[in-house]
Design a protein around this ligand. Structure first.
Ligand code: MLT
Length: 201
């Protein structure tokens, strides 16, 4: 997969950057710098092309995912992370995803499908990736969820369902709500930084 790797402090988790629809592997680099400038970064570009916009998996229409493709792409990304950990020599067991929107959705999907894919995740404006599936035991995982109370794409109920699914799988989940919509707000980035520092430094 197209990507950027930046070596940082080996004692910190590697940040796995996953952009939103229409973004690329450069998009979230400034965000990673705000969360933890010393962390190694693996920033990946989604392999799916939707009318010229990169995504991490196909959708049938806005908010309705192509489940078969989601499962395939989640496996593809998980294997790409395995290979990258080998190639670049970072700790496969110590990765924190940092994703926005479509990128947060595939990060959630990694957690829904694979027990040890991620040590943690900062999920900004994520949806429920799949329903009626049993999640693996996520008792080692820490998740920060940033959401907007007026997000036109993601009803509050859906964010709460995501939180509940993760908690039922025994992940430690921190929620942070803004008064905003689908856009990423400074206040949630600041809160995610505090969360990262409290849990990983
Ligand atoms: C998705 O398709 O992953 C969500 O609708 C968010 C987005 O528009 O990327």
């Amino acid at each position: 997969m197209k990507h950027i790797f930046k070596q940082g402090n080996k004692d910190l988790p590697t940040l796995l950057l996953l952009h939103g629809t229409g973004g690329d592997e450069r998009d979230l680099l400034p965000l990673a710098d705000m969360i933890e400038p010393d962390a190694s970064v693996l920033s990946v570009k989604g392999n799916v092309d939707e009318n010229g916009m990169a995504r991490f998996f196909a959708r049938l229409r806005e908010g309705v995912f192509d489940e078969e493709d989601l499962i395939f792409r989640t496996k593809e990304l998980n294997e790409f992370i395995d290979e990258s950990a080998n190639n670049y020599g970072f700790d496969r067991q110590n990765i924190v995803a940092l994703g926005y929107s479509n990128g947060a959705n595939i990060a959630a999907s990694l957690m829904y499908h694979y027990k040890d894919a991620l040590k943690g995740g900062i999920l900004f404006h994520a949806m429920v990736p799949r329903r009626n599936v049993k999640l693996p035991d996520l008792s080692d995982a820490l998740v920060f969820i940033g959401a907007g109370k007026r997000d036109p794409l993601i009803p509050m109920q859906e964010t709460m369902e995501l939180v509940k699914n993760l908690q039922d799988a025994r992940a430690q989940v921190t929620e942070f709500w803004t008064e905003g919509g689908h856009e990423l707000r400074r206040e949630e980035v600041d809160e995610a930084k505090r969360w990262f520092e409290a849990n990983f430094k």
